[in-house]
Design a protein around this ligand. Structure first.
Ligand code: F6P
Length: 377
């Protein structure tokens, strides 16, 4: 963590996929600064691109009023990275322009609201000498160093509501309904929603499955007179075969010479595309093996839209307001993380580039197994 001079101008941007609670966090930062009286907040549009293009807006009380309950982000967002910015059909390193604009705007600190990708970009900028703070937002809950991320609770609620609704139609038609749930490479959302919604099987990336074991568990239900099944599938779920092929390439990558790395990374990407996100194909295989009519519902971006839950509003407000304490304390180069009902400062290098996977012995997994939920393993 670095200590620099006292802050007066705070820049804020939202980057990566939008998440319910972003506006509550922006409001928390803005209103706490306004109450302090000595801090001004400038918002940059559309993530790092807005800072690069110098598109900003003063976040005064008129901008902040009425946004607590709004989904999305009033600032707009993008997945653009400072060092790989798409520019007229090319990808250009615009880090220097971003650093220049930080100084042109007389920023004392830049607060980046984002997930895993944002953390990496924020860390790179802090290595360029900028004072950076991040707040952990993502529906995926895949950030290391924080108890939880804001946006997760709202998305979980949407997915549970979907499973509840799918139950009655699956039951009426005696069908298997497979519901695909977001989460990128981790299974927090599918696991949480599957357990809370009473799914009969849950497939997550952390527990590779085989289609035969999954089918067996469904046929076992049929033998007990249960004529329908709900399967909650994480978008990153993977078969045992796919997982072992990916693991083999990852292992090679660990010790690969520099000239082999790009080729191996390409292979990994191909395997990922081949083995993950194949819910529709998996459904047709399951239908063939079980002989049961099968339907697929992909929740997709529904899980990111709409009003933030009360819990996410509380969490985002708490993180936004606490960020000002860290700024006044001149603690930079950190993520303001959730630590029970407190916050803690996590150095960016400790969280950037890492993924918070579901541990195999997590209480949700144990509980799900105890209530006879199949993981297809
Ligand atoms: O990281 C949030 C997330 O919604 C993931 O769950 C999902 O894999 C991804 O973003 C989708 O990204 P996009 O909105 O760019 O399609």
């Amino acid at each position: 963590m670095k200590k620099n001079k006292r802050s007066g101008h705070i820049g804020v941007l939202t980057s990566g996929g939008d998440t319910p609670g972003l506006n509550a966090a922006i409001r928390g930062i803005g209103k706490t600064s306004a109450n302090d009286g000595s801090l001004q907040v400038i918002g940059f549009r559309d993530g790092f691109r807005g800072l690069m293009e110098n598109r900003s807006v003063r976040l005064d009380n008129s901008m902040l009023s009425g946004i607590l309950t709004l989904g999305g982000t009033i600032l707009g967002t993008s997945r653009d990275k400072p060092h790989k910015m798409p520019m007229g059909g090319r990808t250009v390193d615009m880090t220097d322009v971003i650093v220049e604009n930080y100084h042109k705007n007389h920023l004392d600190v830049l607060v980046c609201l984002g997930g895993g990708g944002t953390l990496k970009n924020a860390y790179r900028l802090s290595q360029k000498g900028l004072n950076i703070l991040t707040l952990p937002k993502t529906i995926d809950n895949d950030i290391v160093g924080t108890d939880v991320t804001f946006g997760f609770d709202t998305a979980l609620g949407v997915a549970v509501d979907a499973i509840d609704r799918l139950h009655s139609t699956a039951s009426s038609h005696h069908r298997i309904i497979i519901v695909e749930i977001m989460g990128h490479r981790v299974g927090w959302l599918a696991l949480g929603a599957g357990l809370a919604g009473g799914a009969d099987a849950i497939l997550i990336p952390e527990i590779p499955y085989t289609i035969d074991t999954l089918a067996e568990s469904i046929l076992e239900r049929v033998s007990r007179g249960k004529r329908f099944s709900i399967v909650a599938v994480a978008e990153g779920a993977i078969t045992k075969e796919g997982a072992s092929k990916i693991r083999a390439v990852e292992k090679k990558l660990e010790t690969a010479a520099e000239d082999q790395r790009d080729g191996l990374k390409k292979q990994l990407k191909q395997l990922d595309g081949q083995y993950r996100g194949s819910t529709i194909q998996m459904a047709s295989e399951l239908e063939k093996i079980t002989g049961l009519e099968t339907r697929v519902t992909i929740l997709g971006h529904l899980q990111r839209g709409g009003t933030p839950s009360a819990l996410d509003r509380l969490l985002a407000t708490r993180l936004g307001t606490s960020a000002i304490d860290y700024i006044k304390n001149e603690q930079f180069g950190i993520m303001v993380a959730v630590d029970g009902d407190q916050t803690r400062a996590v150095p960016l290098q400790d969280a950037a580039g890492k993924i918070n996977f579901v541990p195999p012995n997590h209480p949700w997994i144990i509980s799900a197994r105890n209530v006879a939920t199949s993981f297809g393993d």
